[in-house]
Design a protein around this ligand. Structure first.
Ligand code: NAD
Length: 280
């Protein structure tokens, strides 16, 4: 079989590319012929490889502006260019908003909003020097688009990312495109910590119209597209990949309600009930 070469000759940096969604993205770009650099605070347990290609690992914390400047300088020196930045590193533990300390909230905003902004600035400085420019992809989240109870600061930071993407896109067009890819729930090594064992994951998956969590390679495919020439006119845009999102909770409640004369509620009569979705 012929090797894929869509990204042959391109240099791609994936922050937090050592596991989870970032690892899936790194593997996808490797498989398409790119030179891939991943950064993280800890080396991956095993090399990230696709065929004969291996991602280059840099130990670096995205919140440390000096380490990020060193990383970009090293990329320029060693590879001579940077074509794609995937601002992926991020996340948050669950903490009730009433209990979150100011230090905790600031750290979450820093990791998910400020650090990606600072790195985007450094990446833009390199990309702006290249005739072909470059593409910066921010990994967002559906938490930006709906309430985010338990991770309020995270949801706010991810909402900030979407506005940031639009502003940077305007400032840096046409040479550097800036886009977001916003996943819903994705199955990673860490998913069990949030959703429990296989039964828990299946129960959570059943709440999604597609009936399951996304796989990292499905988010990676969206990144391959958004960073490619096929998306050359996309900048400032947000590609949401949420398997159809969340069913409105009121439908489940409405299905159990009668209208006082023994008839089913309007929502059910209007055919909004999804087969298997609501109690009989
Ligand atoms: P993960 O925790 O499995 O992996 C995160 C990666 O980022 C790891 O490699 C980690 O080492 C790295 N990282 C964390 N802090 C870092 C730092 N300070 N410096 C350098 N690297 C750091 O997370 P994930 O679930 O794969 O999430 C990746 C991205 O996708 C995040 O931005 C997250 O907000 C977003 N996201 C995830 C989901 C999901 O369901 N997993 C859903 C929506 C959005």
């Amino acid at each position: 079989m012929q090797a894929s070469t869509q990204y042959s000759g391109k240099v791609v940096l994936v922050t937090g590319g050592t596991r989870g969604i970032g690892r899936g993205i790194a593997l996808a770009f490797l498989a398409q012929g790119a030179t891939v650099i991943v950064c993280g605070r800890h080396a991956p347990p095993e090399a990230i490889t696709s065929g004969a290609s291996e991602a280059v690992f840099f130990r670096a914390d995205v919140r440390d502006t000096e380490q990020m400047a060193d990383l970009c300088a090293s990329i320029a020196l060693r590879f001579g260019r940077l074509d794609v930045l995937i601002n992926n590193a991020g996340g948050s533990p669950q903490v009730a908003a009433a209990d979150a300390s100011p230090r905790f909230s600031a750290a979450i905003i820093n990791l998910n909003l400020i650090a990606p902004l600072n790195l985007a600035q450094s990446a833009h400085a390199l990309m702006d020097l290249q005739d072909e420019g470059g593409v910066i992809v921010f990994i967002g989240s559906v938490s930006a688009l709906r309430p985010s109870p338990g991770t309020a600061a995270y949801g706010a930071a991810k909402a900030g990312v979407l506005n940031l993407v639009r502003s940077l896109a305007v400032e840096w067009a046409p040479k550097v495109r800036v886009v977001a890819v916003s996943p819903g729930m994705v199955l990673t090594e860490e998913s069990h910590q949030h959703y429990g064992d296989a039964d828990g994951l299946a129960a959570v998956g059943a709440t999604i119209p597609m009936g399951r969590l996304a796989q990292p390679d499905e988010i990676a495919t969206a990144c391959l597209f958004m960073a490619s020439g096929a998306a050359a006119y996309a900048t400032g845009n947000n590609l949401v990949l949420d398997g159809g999102g969340e069913r409105p909770a009121f439908l489940a409640a409405a299905a159990t309600v009668t209208n006082g004369v023994g008839r089913k509620s309007g929502a059910v009569k209007r055919g909004l009930q999804v087969a298997g979705d609501l109690p009989a």
